[in-house]
Design a protein around this ligand. Structure first.
Ligand SMILES: [Zn+2]
Length: 259
């Protein structure tokens, strides 16, 4: 029995949690000991046809641009990131990395009632996009910003050691640092344990998607993201290799493959 009918358009949460392991039974399926995902550890959607469990399907509203709905998956990771943040009204946010994920975190922070959202990136074109989308400040170094009390929420969306260490040092009293960007395995950042203790600083991470896909779909359907900004290229399936090459070179933002 399912609410979905043949012919309906859906977006697919790629997560495949086993439902049996220690983590799944504690409602932490994103940390599943047998974690799999369609397109990551299983054959994926870069095909004309793909199979997905009905529970992983989010029904798309009628009349939407289906290709743009590919943004729901990365957005669902950003929504998960917000689930581990305190989400207080009027917090000041500092986000490292103004790529697609950093910009998604920025849009969510604005919606979540941030008093300010400042963006740090070394790429001027990315900073320009962040400005276009209405961030409070867009700079190449947080040294350019005035924040004597530090920031309530600092989010790393770069995975770069230097940025992470810099961000950890800028969390204000009672603030939270979220490791959202994927650092290389074994990367090291510096923390100041006295400050963590004395200023009650929280350091946390968020991994992939956890009960956040449907909510990302609702936000997407409500127009949270301007697809013109977030999707820079569309390729047919035959140009998959070309699209991957472009991704590796860091050109553009999200690339949509249209089978
Ligand atoms: Zn599991």
């Amino acid at each position: 029995m399912t609410e979905l009918a043949v012919g309906e358009q859906v977006a697919v949460d790629p997560s495949l949690h086993c439902g049996e392991c220690y983590q799944c039974k504690r409602a932490r399926g994103n940390l599943c000991e047998n974690w799999n995902a369609i397109g990551v550890t299983r054959p994926g959607g870069a095909a004309e046809f793909a199979l997905a469990p009905v529970a992983n399907c989010f029904r798309l509203p009628e009349g939407v641009n289906v290709a743009d709905a590919a943004l729901i998956e990365p957005l669902s990771c950003a929504v998960r990131g917000f689930d581990v943040l305190p989400r207080r009204l009027a917090d000041h946010y500092l986000i490292y990395g103004a790529g697609t994920m950093g910009l998604m975190m920025m849009e969510l922070a604005k919606r979540a009632g941030a008093a300010s959202v400042s963006m740090v990136d070394i790429n001027p074109a990315r900073l320009e996009t962040a400005r276009l989308l209405g961030c409070s400040a867009a700079v190449t170094s947080a040294d350019e910003l005035v924040a004597p009390r530090g920031w309530d929420v600092v989010v790393d969306c770069t995975g770069v050691e230097a940025a992470i260490t810099d961000g950890l040092g800028r969390v204000g009293k009672g603030g939270t640092f979220l490791q959202f960007g994927v650092a290389s395995y074994g990367a090291r950042a510096v923390i100041e344990p006295y400050k963590i203790y004395n200023q009650e600083i929280t350091i946390t991470g968020s991994m992939a998607v956890l009960h956040s896909f449907d909510r990302a779909g609702e936000l997407w359907a409500g127009g949270l993201l301007d697809a013109e900004v977030f999707v820079s290229h569309h390729y047919p399936l035959d140009d998959y290799a070309k699209a991957m090459g472009q991704f590796r070179e860091g050109v553009g933002r999200k690339i949509v493959i249209e089978p």
